[in-house]
Design a protein around this ligand. Structure first.
Ligand SMILES: Cc1ncc(C[n+]2csc(CCOP(=O)(O)OP(=O)(O)O)c2C)c(N)n1
Ligand SMILES: [Mg+2]
Length: 387
């Protein structure tokens, strides 16, 4: 078959689409090829020893909190506890880079971050013991409710941060999410909106290797979760999530960037969940001991302890002191959690809407009638049984 040349075809030259150019230079947005580390590297010379000692005490306290809360599930005092043992460096660093005026948006696994930010250790467990509402007033310490629906906290964080910026308030929101949460639509929507509007948000992904039993390789085919940042036009940072000095530095830089109007950052902290997903999970069904042991050798407390003792900044006495303080916290937590909470069923209707709806008022009235009837009935039984 011969191709017939159309008249004038010789003059036609295909050209690229008009006026195309990259919206953003992708090179500075790319994460480092290896997770950033401070402990055991030259960068540690720049780390403030006072800060490292404070972080150490918090890590020890955090681990003890995880152990105590897990024990409370076995004693029937807590319905469920998603432990962050092994991930304490991310939890503590996240809390410590924020100012009081900032907001933290935690997931269900981030109780420690909330406690490290000042939340009462018992109030932090209220939801997990199945008590009232969130268990705390989110406005008091500027900590959004510990969020169980995956990734829904992310658009909330972006909305709050964007609104604060429009109002001229100096507020940064730090939102925490797991590796599994990055597959949610909310993750995409939050990052896209944040980047387009340069919202003052920091996204911290704790990549702990698993979403319950699903390993990272089944979650994504991206080179790393930090690489996803480039697709939204924000910087992606990859950090050793067990190196508290590194996580503190990277998150601190991201917060400073957000505060100065530079827009959002996606930080992927590479870490590992040492315990099962929750007390209701058996992790031996989907992961091998050798993997767990390899991570045990990269324990966040040990990494920092070795650094500090090696430099003569931490001695046996200070270690004992940190452990004793953690024990005191655990004892107080045990004692308070062993007291039965007094609950008012009518509280169900509080804090649902700023102004109660007609339906809720009607339901509340019906419950009130039922409760009164029950009270009368029990009162009657008591009389009949001679009590
Ligand atoms: C929208 C939604 N889908 C599913 C679940 C059930 N679920 C609870 S935890 C979890 C795994 C999440 O894994 P990841 O985000 O990696 O966080 P991790 O538990 O490892 O901290 C799933 C699927 C949920 N809570 N919300
Ligand atoms: Mg995970």
């Amino acid at each position: 078959m011969t191709v017939q040349e159309l008249p004038g075809a010789a003059a036609y030259r295909p050209t690229p689409p008009p006026a195309w150019k990259p919206l953003t230079d992708p090179a500075p947005l790319l994460p480092d090829p290896e997770p950033y580390r401070v402990l055991g590297t030259d960068a540690v010379a720049d780390a403030d020893p006072e800060l490292l000692l404070r972080l150490y005490a918090e890590l020890v306290r955090g681990r003890r909190y995880n152990a105590q809360a897990t024990a409370l599930t076995k004693q029937g005092r807590l319905a469920v506890y998603p432990s962050s043992t092994g991930q304490e460096a991310c939890e503590i660093a996240a809390a410590s880079v924020l100012e009081e005026r900032d907001w933290l948006f935690p997931s269900y696994r981030d109780t420690l971050a909330a406690v490290a930010r000042g939340l009462d250790p018992v109030e932090a467990l209220t939801l997990l013991r199945g008590d009232r509402h969130t268990g705390y007033d989110p406005r008091e310490h500027r900590i959004a409710p510990l969020c169980t629906p995956l990734a829904t906290q992310l658009p909330h964080a972006v909305g709050l941060a964007h609104a604060a910026r429009l109002k001229g308030d100096d507020v940064v929101a730090l939102a925490m999410v797991g590796d599994g949460g990055t597959s949610e639509g909310d993750f995409h929507e939050a990052l896209n909106f944040a980047a387009v509007w340069r919202a003052p948000v920091v996204f911290l992904v704790q990549n702990n290797g698993f979403a319950i039993s699903v390993p990272l390789a089944k979650q994504t085919a991206a080179p790393s979760l930090a690489h996803k940042a480039v697709g939204y036009g924000m910087p992606g940072r990859l950090v050793d999530g067990n190196d508290v000095a590194a996580v503190h530095q990277v998150l601190g830089e991201a917060v400073a960037r957000a505060r100065s109007g530079g827009g959002p950052t996606l930080v992927e902290a590479v870490t590992y969940r040492m315990d099962a997903h929750t007390n209701a999970d058996d992790a031996t069904r989907y992961r091998v001991d050798s993997e767990v042991e390899a991570w045990r050798a990269h324990d966040p407390i040990q990494l920092l302890e070795r650094e500090l003792t090696g430099r003569g900044l931490l001695g046996d006495e200070a270690i004992e002191e940190a452990r004793a303080a953690a024990e005191r916290m655990a004892a107080a937590l045990r004692e308070r959690m062993n007291a039965d909470p007094v609950l008012d069923p009518m509280d169900l209707f509080a804090h649902v809407y700023a102004e109660q709806t007609a339906q809720l008022r009607e339901q509340a009235a019906r419950l009130r009638v039922e409760l009164n009837a029950e009270l009368d009935q029990h009162g009657q039984d008591d009389v009949e049984e001679g009590r």
